[in-house]
Design a protein around this ligand. Sequence first.
Ligand code: G3I
Length: 313
Amino acid sequence: TTTLKAAAGSRYFGAALAAGHLSNASDPDFALFAQEQFSGATPENEMKWDATEPSEGVFTFSQGDQVASFAVSNNMLLRGHTLVWHSQLPAWVSTLTGDDLLNAMNNHITTVMTHFQGQTFAWDVVNEAFNDDGTLGTSPFLTQLGSGYIETAFTTARAADPTAKLYINDFNTEGINAKSDALLETVQSLKASNLIDGVGFQSHFIVGEVPQDLQQNLQRFADAGVDVAITELDIRMTVPASEANLQQQATDYAFVINACQAVSRCVGITTWGIPDIYSWVPGTFPGQGAALLFDDNYNEKPAFSSTIDALSN
Ligand code: G3I
């Protein structure tokens, strides 16, 4: 039997890794499965603003370094996640106004990217900037800096690490809709100034509800001249999981893999965790879960087999 990373061939197959799980002596399987199955890694929380700059100008990289060195020493492609996001933002950022916030944003981007340069092959520079209707979402950045904050962030990121692929990352943009239309316009405008290299589609799906135009949507972004990636894949269901839902989930995972594989600029797929037991889903959607490829005890689920089969095609 093969592994996800072997089956994925020239694409990477990644997972979100949490430093606390990697170093948890009572669960050695987490690091073991990460090493054996995955060729990509994204720190689940460790490179976010609250983790890296909890007080203004005070940077803490120990947690991010743990994930980075694990990824690099295991030949995993490391995605930096994430620099400018309204969530997991320490309170001090929201107190700044005007140029003070502009300087803080630029300093944050530059310091974090410089620290991880050579380890991170890509960065989610801006995360979840849009509302479902395609307008820009409320954030201190929008309020204080205006809609130009996105281009400013990418300009700063490009200068900070010219070797990194710069991504914009979002959810509910996997199908063709008002939100992905707005995202595409922003991507085209950033691309015209050579400020962006890729678009991340988070892909937090519900079983049986994967957008059927996923491939078509990935392709229209690729046609704009950027890479695309599935960055946070999971497919949740009511728990305890029924056999029917586990089978539907297997079909849904294969559909997502096939969509990526049909788009030559789709460079990789990342699942948002390894075993179901650590997934963010039950904490955010009570009564939902079982969203990943391995169950609570690291047993391969039907979706693992369908993913291997789809990757092998
Ligand atoms: O570290 C504290 C710990 O000290 C405390 O005891 C505990 C009690 O609640 O909380 C811990 O922090 C939690 C943190 O994860 C680390 O485990 C936060 O409460 C919790 O809110 C946080 O959740 C993360 C979430 O982002 C926050 O926005 C999830 O782990 C993480 O999977 C999730 O990831 C996001 C992506 O970054 C962006 N796209 C959506 C995705 C899912 O929400």
